[in-house]
Structures are given as C-alpha cells and as structure tokens.
Ligand binder design. Structure first.
Ligand code: PMP
Length: 440
C-alpha cells in the first residue's frame, strides 16, 4: 500500500488531483516534520467569521481555531493592521506610542501586581523568555510540568513538551506531575493528588541537587486531554510551589483572551496569583504577536542584567492587531459570549452522553471543551480509533474539531469566540451524527 505523507492509498484515492499535488509538494519542500490535519486534508482558501472555505467553495464551521479567535479576517483587525502597515512598521528601538498604548491596555486586564509586559512573536518564545527570567530570579534550573505537556518549540521549551513524542527525552532538571484529571483521578481527589505530586517533584529535585526554578502549567491542560477541572483544583499545589520559592508561570496561550468565559485569563477561574503569565495564539488574531506579563520584581531583576531585543516582537503592525483584538473582545462582549455559548454547548454535549455509550466524560470551561470517548464506561478504556473516526466524519460533514490527550481519545472542541447558539446547534448535531455512525 503506497503512502503519501502518512496517508494510505485508500485515503489518497479519495483525494482530488489538486490535493494530491499539494501534499506531494509540501512533503518535497517542507519535509516530514509538518503534519496535516484530517485523513482527507483540508485545502483552505478563505475564512470569514466562524467559517472556513475550501477550494470548492464548501464552507466549514470552525470549532477548533483559537488563533483567529475573534473571527476569521475580522474586519476591525484587518483594518487596524492595514492602516498601521501603510504608516510605519519597524522594530521596537524607536519611540512610538502604539506599543505603549497597547501595553497599558493589556496590563489593564491583569491585577495590579502583574505590571510589566515584554513582547515576543510566538508562544514558544514567550515561554522561553519566562523560563530565562525565572531561572535568573531563582538561581535554579529545575522545572515542573505535567506528564503530557506542550509548551512550544525552542530548544529549552521543547524539553518541557513531552507531548512531542517519545523522541523528546526529558532532561535531568525536569520533573513531571500527573495532569489533574478529575475524570480519572476522581473530582474529590484531584486537588490533593496534584499537590502531593508537586511536593514530591520538589523534594526529588532537591534530593538530586537540582535547585527548582519554576512550575510551568497550561491552565486548561489542553495537550493533557483538556482538563478544566473544578474551580481552584490546582491552587493548593501551586501555592505550595510558590511557598518553596518556585516561579509560577501560567501558560495562557490556550485559555487566555476570554476563552474560558469567567474572566479574560484562565488562571483567574482557579483564584491563582501567577508570577509570570505567557500569552500567544489569539493575541493578534493571526498576526504573530505573543509575550509575557509579570511582576516587576521578577521581570526587572532579569532586565537589569540582560538586554532584551526581539526584532519583530511588538512591532507596530502586531501591536495594532493586538489592540484591535482587545477592542473586539470588549465591544462584542466575547467573554460573556464564551461563557453563555460555552455552557450551552456543555449542556448539549452532556445530553448526547445519555444516548451515546462511547462518551465517558464531557467537560469544559467557556469555549474550550473536551468530550472523552471510552469503549467501556467502567474501565474507562480510551476509544482513540473512534475519536479519530468522529473527527474525520465531522470534517466530511463540514465541522472542524480535533482530538487531544495522551491517547488522543478526547474530542477537543475550541470554537471561535464569535460562535452563536445557532452555530453551537450545528456543532452538537455534527457530534451526534458522527457518534451514531462510528464503528464499534
Ligand atoms: N503553550 C501552549 C499551551 C500551546 O498550546 C502552544 C501552541 N500550541 C504554545 C505554548 C506555543 O505557541 P507557538 O506555537 O505560538 O510557539
């Protein structure tokens, strides 16, 4: 059986000639590290609002993309970028108002103790910078992460991303803790289990002569299988780490910018006080802008000893995009929308569990939801093949989601913040149909 970029000849037989040529060119030009979504990859040519359009003009409801979070090609963001690109676009070593106005507004969305911002281009760079700052401040090297974490692609941060696969060998200064999985560990145990794991990780580092520097966590534990958890469930573990002198880095690349509905930032749901927050993905609605926000005591310690210059980080066009995103979130009340449509979806997907035995758990915070599929509700045996079938069947039916978790058996549903109830109904129906058709 022949393979193109990981697709079997069966899949390839269903591809159009154009799609086949594009896959071959990608493989020849970009190499094997690039992976495509879906058995029949999507050839996208246009986006508008919550919809993506393929080369045949067919539209797909985007329930996955948290880069263009406020809507594909949102006119206000496009207009702001265009206006700024026509006027000036350079690096950050001149005096300019745009970056400062944006910095003020962005910091205004955090509590007063988080009073410094530094800009990067990607979430990986933001985590990399946060790690350098934490190490500089503490004089330590050790880092605590979850077992199936993803934090990005720089050398140091890939080493904190075990979900990259078994080839990613974790270095000796890293300790993993179990993801706080309320479904598998039990909601009543998860807080204490997480705290005990954090304590053990710190003790083990010290026993091996490693000075701890940071605990780095994605507050929605996306790659660990989408674990929004009961509110406050990681607070004890994090308080313990902070009391032991570790810097708590809240990776808000996934839950940030209003997605979880309760607040602008995901950690607020859990009543946490991060030392550094890292931002990315939806920050510029597709324009590469990311960064860190931190306590000045921690950030300035680094800045006094180290020059920081990031050629493209925080350039005028990126800041214009970032500013427009904040304006749209406020003016279109997207946080409120994420809360309302999120709970509507949680309820609707939860009702599907009454009819579909495959659903083991439905969880979510705002517009970040996980539907865990299991082949048996008692043993909780992960149903990864079925999750893959559901994702691909939905793609064929015009609704885009993905699967996550160590065993890829959790449907990862992350709609655009611009979703309405009507869109939510389309999504719920598509999950329902795909689950009905799935092979047992
Ligand atoms: N942190 C988390 C939690 C992420 O999900 C990602 C990207 N998927 C990153 C960091 C890295 O962001 P980027 O791809 O912009 O480097």
């Amino acid at each position: 059986m022949s393979m193109i970029n990981g697709f079997t000849s069966d899949d390839a037989a269903r591809l159009s000639e154009t799609e086949r040529r594009l896959i071959e060119r990608r493989e020849r030009l970009l190499g094997p590290a690039y992976r495509l979504f879906y058995e029949r990859p999507l050839h996208t040519v246009r986006g508008e609002g919550v919809w993506l359009y393929d080369s045949q003009g067919r539209r797909y409801l985007d329930a996955y993309n948290n880069v263009v979070s406020v809507g594909h090609c949102h006119p206000r963001v496009v207009e702001a970028m265009h206006r700024q690109a026509c006027q000036l676009n350079t690096h950050t070593r001149y005096l300019q108002e745009g970056i400062l106005d944006y910095a003020e507004q962005l910091l205004g969305t955090f509590s007063a103790d988080l009073d410094r911002v530094m800009f990067t281009c990607t979430g990986s760079e933001a985590n990399d910078l946060a790690l350098r700052i934490a190490r500089h401040y503490t004089g330590g090297t050790g880092v605590i992460i979850t077992q199936f974490a993803y934090h990005g692609v720089t050398g140091d941060i890939a080493e904190l991303s075990p979900s990259l696969g078994p080839a990613m060998v974790l270095p000796s200064h890293v300790r993993t803790v179990r993801a706080p999985d309320a479904y598998r560990l039990g909601a009543e145990n998860v807080a204490a289990t997480f705290a005990a794991d954090v304590r053990a990780a710190i003790e083990d580092m010290r026993a091996h002569g490693i000075r701890p520097a940071a605990i780095l966590l994605d507050g929605i534990f996306s790659s660990d299988g989408v674990l929004p958890g009961p509110q406050g469930f990681i607070a004890e573990g994090i308080a313990l780490a902070q009391a032991e002198g570790l810097i708590y880095i809240a990776d808000e690349v996934q839950p940030g910018f209003a997605r979880t509905g309760e607040a602008m930032w995901g950690y607020v749901r859990h009543g946490l006080r991060p030392d550094i927050v890292t931002l990315g993905k939806p920050m510029g609605n597709g324009q590469p802008i990311a960064g860190i926000v931190g306590r000045s005591e921690v950030v300035d310690h680094f800045g006094r000893n180290m020059r920081y210059f990031n050629t493209f980080g925080g350039n005028p066009v990126s800041c214009a995009a970032g500013q427009a995103v904040l304006d749209v979130i406020r003016d279109e009340q997207l946080q409120q929308r994420a809360k309302e449509i999120g709970s509507y979806l949680l309820k609707g997907l939860g009702q599907l569990a009454e009819r579909h035995e495959l659903i083991g758990d439905v969880r979510g915070a705002g517009l970040f939801l996980g539907v865990e599929l299991v082949s048996d509700r008692v043993s909780k045996q992960p149903a990864a093949a079925q999750a893959r079938q559901v994702v691909n069947a939905m793609r064929e039916n015009g609704v885009l989601i993905s699967a996550a978790g160590p065993l890829e058996n959790v449907l990862k549903i992350r709609p655009l913040l611009a979703f309405t109830q009507e869109h939510a109904d389309v999504l719920i129906n598509a999950v329902d149909t795909a689950l009905s058709d799935v092979q047992r």
